[in-house]
Design a protein around this ligand. Structure first.
Ligand SMILES: [Zn+2]
Length: 345
């Protein structure tokens, strides 16, 4: 990519109301059978058109064909029983009823490849596809088979690598792994978290991203954030490990968060997908607010390594608000681009 400061979204966009209940996570589909397949493709196409119209350079599917960024992938695997549910604590933060691992996990057939090929047909711009990371996957399950978080993570890493290689072959330019669990389980991250993530990304020519955030704008997350104090230093634990890792791009949350910007110094040399749009608020940022966040990041990130982005997925927002935020993201980026151009001799 030669564009300076290419914009991107992290993952989800709100779905149209004819496809699924808006502003809701895990919203059930409103269509069935062939109509559902067609409806998902229509929604994906709209998501692409809107990103392009609103100045987004790296195009994603907006997760229009999946219910949830972790569970939809797991649903397609063998070894997990979705009827046998147990209540577990997710990311040490909230209890949820989750499916159970009852046998060896494996991927019988590709999960997202047809959707990715469809996305590829819609645009010549670079496309990015998000997968859950191994640690975030195990944290969303009860395990009655491996009885070891690490063992299960290695199994998932192998499966993710199969899927990622096929996504790459389908024409995906950038493959992202969502690992919000890296913001919570620092010891495990050091012991085997980064290693399993690197296994998931092994052998890829596509650029790789790891996304670590403080979560969607749902109550369990905003309550947790309220306990973190005035300075959020969680990234201080994870960044040095990621700086040393084989992953190309680090995606993080910086808009309206209490992350001290100088922590970016810890990942110097990596590309940074910088969250400059708050997804936990329905207030649309002004272009100048976006520009201010990008400007302060440029003290620690070289301009050719900065990818202006959203903090996280936008599924819980209204479509109007999400559109406004994409527009603010590209307008804020334009301000910085002009400033950089003006300082060139
Ligand atoms: Zn996120």
């Amino acid at each position: 990519m030669t564009t300076l400061l290419p914009t991107s979204i992290v993952g989800s966009l709100p779905k149209p109301s004819w496809l699924a209940q808006p502003e809701t996570l895990w919203s059930p589909w409103k269509l069935q059978g062939d109509a559902l397949i067609e409806g998902k493709q229509d929604a994906l196409r709209i998501a692409v058109q809107e990103q392009r119209r609103l100045g987004i350079d790296i195009i994603s599917d907006g997760e229009q064909t999946r219910q949830h960024f972790v569970t939809t992938f797991i649903e397609h695997l063998n070894g997990v029983d979705f009827d046998q549910r147990e209540t577990v604590r997710i990311r040490d933060r909230y209890d949820a009823s989750v499916p159970t691992v009852v046998g060896a996990v494996s991927r019988e057939k590709p999960v997202f490849i047809d959707d990715a090929k469809y996305l590829r047909q819609q645009t010549d711009q670079p496309i990015k596809w998000a997968l859950p990371g191994p640690m975030t996957m195990i944290d969303t399950l009860a395990d009655r088979h491996y009885k070891s978080r690490e063992k299960l993570a290695w199994e998932f890493a192998t499966i993710l690598n199969q899927e990622a290689r096929e996504l790459e072959a389908a024409g995906v330019d950038i493959i992202q792994f969502d690992e919000p669990a890296f913001n919570v389980f620092f010891d495990e991250m050091q012991d085997w978290g980064v290693a399993t993530l690197e296994r998931a990304a092994e052998g890829l020519r596509a650029e790789t991203v790891v996304h670590i955030c403080y979560g969607y704008g749902i109550k369990a997350n905003t309550d947790w954030k309220a306990t973190l104090g005035s300075e959020w230093r969680q990234y201080e634990e994870s960044f040095p490990l990621l700086q040393q890792s084989a992953i190309d791009v680090i995606s993080l949350e910086c808009q309206h968060s209490h992350v001290p910007m100088d922590l970016l110094e810890l990942i110097r040399g990596k590309k940074v997908m910088l969250g400059a749009i708050d997804v936990a608020s329905a207030t649309v940022e002004t272009p100048e607010q976006v520009a201010e966040t990008l400007r302060s990041a440029l003290a620690f990130v070289d301009a050719d390594k900065l990818i202006p982005s959203t903090n996280c997925g936008m599924a819980p927002l209204s479509r109007d608000v999400a559109r406004g935020k994409l527009s603010a993201l590209s307008a804020g980026r334009d301000i910085i681009r002009a400033e950089i151009a003006a300082t060139k001799p």
